[in-house]
Design a protein around this ligand. Structure first.
Ligand code: PLP
Length: 396
């Protein structure tokens, strides 16, 4: 029966029945004339989630990592200099990918639990008067630490330095769950995937690309074949695909967008904030600390929670899985053994979150954590009941 339990990992996320059913379609000929009727509206509607009218949506059959590779190889040349801050496992992995492609990566190491350092970016970019730096890479939501960075602040820093570098943003674990403003923030490429905020199976990398990045593509010399934007855009222009498209995911995406728009993007973001805040109230009631160092950095899609000294977070997540059949995120990288993560994004309600909090609370009590059973759940219940969108007043 434990397959009835939701997962509390920050992706892949729980797939609502409505989306599982939407992906349950028989093979169709992607070269048939009606494929365009299915695919073209999906590309158009995805723009709304990125907050763009200018950007071009480009998808590939890949996970988010493929999206990173597509972004880099389509716009840069071997030896190009790029600027990146590292503050968790995902920003680190993007750096690794760039280094393996022979880029000259200037890394700003930041303490884990902090986010993109706009002031440091500004200082480095101001000194780069010859404009050697071609791109600044930012992880919007560092899934390893539960930190959301301020992309608008990075844009302001780049503008203050009067630097023409492109800005690439990883929004894999934030898009469709937290506000994203591609045009307003001056993003050049945003990279996401199907298996987090879109609540689908893994397998579609979803990118949004600015006119400036498309211009850089014309002279970029890193090699790409499968991930070539030009082939994809040329085929997409007539509603086609340069190779076999992930048809079931395209149907899933169509329904996912419908769900997001029915709820309303602002309501989707408000729900994620509410769920996250409920979790944060619970963490506080347990007397534990988030890895994210200050409230302005708190992610609404994932919370990384430090365990007390002398406790092993892997033993806790293993126990929660073995005893109660519920998955929580393990601590990644330098947080392994020291923190666990509660993913609270995608298809999730107050009620589901309470079940997760109740479960991890039991697991902690089993392992003699210094917490009182029920404290965290009660704090979240109180917030869900009486918080800004709670039902307490209306019922009274
Ligand atoms: C999940 C995730 C990715 C992509 O991982 P894939 O497993 O390749 O889909 C990239 N960046 C962040 C921040 C993520 O959370």
């Amino acid at each position: 029966m434990s397959n009835q339990n939701p997962v509390f990992i920050p992706g892949p996320t729980n797939i609502p029945d409505r989306l599982r059913l939407a992906m349950q379609v028989q093979t169709q000929d992607h070269r048939a004339p009606d494929f365009v009727e299915t695919f073209a509206p999906v590309l158009a509607d995805t723009k709304k989630v990125f907050g763009t009218t200018e950007g071009q949506i480009i998808t590939f059959p890949a996970s988010g990592t493929g999206g990173w590779e597509a972004a880099v190889t389509n716009t840069l040349s071997p030896g190009d200099k790029i600027l990146v801050a590292r503050y968790g496992v995902f920003s680190h992995r993007w750096i690794d990918l760039c280094e393996r492609h022979g880029l000259d990566v200037q890394i700003i190491d930041c303490p884990w639990g902090t986010g993109a350092p706009a002031d440091k970016f500004e200082a480095v970019l101001s000194e780069d008067t010859g404009h050697q730096i071609k791109a600044v890479l930012v992880t919007h939501n560092e899934t390893a630490t539960g930190v959301r960075s301020d992309i608008a602040a990075v844009r302001r820093a780049m503008d203050a330095a009067r630097h023409p570098a492109m800005m690439f943003v990883d929004c894999v674990s934030s898009l469709a769950s937290m506000p994203f403003e591609f045009d307003q923030w001056g993003v050049d490429i945003a990279v996401s995937g199907s298996q987090k905020g879109f609540m689908l199976t893994t397998g579609m990398a979803i990118l949004c690309v600015s006119p400036k990045a498309l211009e850089a593509m014309e002279t970029a010399r890193l090699s790409r074949t499968f991930f070539d934007f030009r082939d994809m855009m040329a085929a997409n222009a007539s509603g086609g695909f340069p190779y076999t498209p992930p048809l079931q995911l395209i149907y899933g995406m169509r329904e996912s967008l419908k769900m997001l728009f029915e709820e309303g993007l602002d309501n989707v973001y408000a729900r994620h904030f509410r769920l996250a805040e409920g979790v944060r109230r619970a963490v506080d009631a347990w007397g534990l600390k988030l890895v994210a160092q200050s409230p302005d950095l708190y992610s609404d899609t994932v919370s990384a929670i430090s365990v007390p000294d002398g406790y092993d977070s892997n033993a806790l997540t293993d126990h929660a899985f073995n005893a109660y059949g519920v998955s929580f995120g393990i601590g990644l990288g330098e947080l392994n053994g020291k923190a666990f993560r509660i993913g609270h994004l995608g298809s999730l309600t107050d009620v589901m979150v309470l079940s997760g909090l109740g479960t991890i609370e039991m697991a902690m009590a089993d392992m003699n954590y210094p917490i009182r059973l029920g404290n965290g759940v009660a704090a979240a219940q109180e917030y869900f009941r009486t918080g800004p969108s709670g039902h307490a007043k209306a019922a009274a």
